[in-house]
Design a protein around this ligand. Structure first.
Ligand code: 0GY
Length: 296
């Protein structure tokens, strides 16, 4: 095993996030976050494109409490490959207050899927971002989708907006609920009603089983912190058009961020600007994630 070393250009997560001014409704769910390592216990995959610093479960629970959230959905990121041990360990120590989204290979057995289900996994992630992974061929992904459908799981998809035209038919052919990470990574220098984002909105409008995370202003913004104002119109449009199919997450510990590290407290303060009413916020932060991850 190669020794664990953080990438030289990688930023550590914010050491002391602000207390948010916005108080989330009781039972709020952070529906996109990660745990990494500790690398000495749960090694990172040799195929990884970046090495994160350790982001252990205890730090995640402390952040959850500090931000006023109750639950987490922990998403497997590319740096751990299809080795879900750190994720499963976190779920096992979450007091049933976390659910997971795993990454699997086509060779995964039914017994392994059943074990992941028992651990609290409720979805798999298909990552199409070329700088992070070489995606599996469509027929392998199709087969995985058919198998996880039987467990009542959904599929989280991560892609760049420029790739959507060539992925569109594949996505809309899948037989399960799909949850899009970070609004399909729109180029926010383009118009919110321009052709690129219209295609994304059309996909959601025509396919009621496709959901969306209105997450990651810090990754999408060209203007940057503190307000990430250039991202807000995109997120607001999705929240207002599809209020029953949106989720929100911190993306802590913000892996692979190169230019700045967000203050997670300030990210929580982004929420009222994209979900203007208490009703929208209740759906975004509580009702929708509870329906998707804790219905059993
Ligand atoms: C995210 C975003 C990123 C990384 C990953 O799987 C991953 O490594 O998702 C990214 O670099 O955009 O959601 O954490």
């Amino acid at each position: 095993m190669s020794a664990f070393r953080m990438d030289a250009d990688w930023l550590p997560f914010h050491p002391a996030p602000a207390t948010p001014g916005f108080v989330p409704p009781p039972g709020a769910v952070d529906a996109h976050c990660h745990v990494f390592g500790p690398g000495a216990v749960f090694p990172f995959t040799p195929e990884r494109k970046y090495t994160p610093c350790d982001a252990p479960k205890e730090k995640l629970w402390a952040l959850r409490d500090h931000l006023g959230f109750s639950r987490n959905v922990i998403v497997q990121a590319s740096c751990h490959g299809a080795d879900n041990r750190a994720l499963v360990d976190a779920l096992a120590h979450s007091n049933a207050m976390a659910r997971g989204v795993a990454a699997v290979k086509p060779e995964v057995t039914d017994a392994e899927l059943a074990e992941l289900h028992t651990a609290g996994v409720r979805g798999v992630r298909f990552n199409f971002v070329k700088r992070l992974v070489d995606a599996l061929p469509f027929d392998s992904l199709q087969e995985i989708a058919t198998r996880v459908e039987k467990l009542g799981w959904h599929i989280v998809i991560y892609f760049e907006a420029s790739e959507l035209p060539e992925l569109y038919d594949f996505f809309t052919s899948l037989p399960v609920i799909l949850v899009v990470d970070h609004m399909g990574r729109p180029d926010v220098s383009m118009a919110v009603n321009g052709p690129e984002f219209e295609l994304f909105v059309k996909m959601l409008a025509e396919h009621p089983r496709i959901w969306c995370k209105v997450s990651c202003p810090e990754r999408l913004s060209l203007g940057g912190p503190p307000g990430y104002e250039d991202v807000a119109p995109f997120a607001r449009r999705i929240v207002e058009t599809f209020p029953d199919r949106v989720l929100w997450g911190t993306d802590w510990p913000h892996p692979n961020m190169k230019n700045h590290m967000p203050d997670d407290g300030k990210l929580v303060d982004f929420i009222p600007g994209i979900a203007a009413t208490p009703e929208l916020r209740q759906k975004l932060l509580v009702d929708n994630p509870m329906r998707l991850y804790w219905s059993d």
